[in-house]
Design a protein around this ligand. Structure first.
Ligand code: SAM
Length: 265
């Protein structure tokens, strides 16, 4: 397989992205449960905590829910939860997961984040993890989140920053979904233009913490960094502490924004 660190030339289409969420990506989802001490397991626990802290009542949405990893942990403290994903393979995995445990308050539907199958102002909270950085023209997906939320509703939206080492690693995996990472300032602008106020920006992954390509980056891809990144410093992971330092923040890959829809919009 040919490996290059260059960005994909030409426009990235939704159809191309959708096809890349089949195949190997789908297989990778099966049986993936890291131990609780793992960096990504800790990140997952933090996301669930943030949902819990921000949810009050009503319908919650998991936008781009994938195989449903954030449906079952959220179901116990939400009245109603809807998972939406455009991949037929992944949404059926999510549906099976929900049916297997008989989670009656959770539903899954195939749909596009850029055309959410919901009425305006029908949800109180929406979250989207590890997904918006694969969406070309992500502004449309963010505007959709704003449309379906009630005034004052909360969106927990995770974006990927282009000027990060993670972008270099992602580009080395050409059979994976194409990265649609953006400069941090553009992310902020996109979210604000959709009618949100950013209440928190939680920054992560100054180092990629996954992958083994490209070869020249190998010293920084050592697994030991992932263990170190997960270490706790005054209640937060060391990775978040370092990624949040002002000069480093625009170089950290993952930004989890806690956003509130303008109550008067
Ligand atoms: C890396 S997975 C993350 C899944 C899940 N949020 C999680 O954190 O486990 C990204 C997901 O985004 C979905 N996705 C990407 N673009 C989408 C779009 N425009 N509409 C709906 N789903 C989309 C993919 O099908 C895939 O399931």
């Amino acid at each position: 397989m040919q490996i290059s660190n260059k960005p994909v030339s030409g426009p990235i289409t939704d159809a191309a992205q959708k096809s890349r969420f089949g195949g190997r990506y789908l297989l990778d989802q099966v049986g993936r449960t890291p131990p609780p001490s793992d960096y990504f397991a800790k990140l997952a626990a933090l996301r669930v905590l943030l949902i819990r802290q921000n949810y009050r009542a009503g319908l919650a949405l998991d936008v781009c829910c994938g195989a449903g990893g954030f449906l079952l942990p959220v179901a116990p403290f939400t009245d109603r939860l809807l998972g939406i994903d455009f991949s037929p393979g992944l949404i059926s995995m999510a549906q099976r997961l929900v049916e297997d445990v008989g989670a009656a308050s959770v539903a899954c539907v195939q749909g596009d984040a850029k055309r959410l199958p919901l009425r305006a102002e029908s949800a109180t909270l929406a979250y989207s993890f590890s997904a918006l950085y694969y969406v070309p023209d992500v502004g449309q997906a963010v505007r959709e989140c704003a449309r379906v939320l009630v005034p004052g509703g909360i969106a927990l939206l995770e974006f990927g920053v282009r000027s990060s080492l993670n972008t270099v690693v992602s580009r080395a995996y050409q059979d994976s979904p194409i990265p649609c990472h953006l400069p941090l300032r553009r992310i902020y602008r996109t979210v604000r233009q959709a009618g949100f106020t950013i209440e928190q920006d939680r920054a992560f992954q100054l180092l990629p913490l996954w992958g083994d390509r490209p070869r020249w980056l190998k010293p920084l891809l050592h697994r030991g960094f992932r263990r170190l990144a997960a270490a706790e410093v005054a209640g937060r992971m060391l990775d978040e502490r370092v990624s949040s330092l002002p000069p480093l923040r625009p170089l950290a890959f993952r930004h989890l924004l806690v956003c509130r829809k303008d109550p008067h919009r």
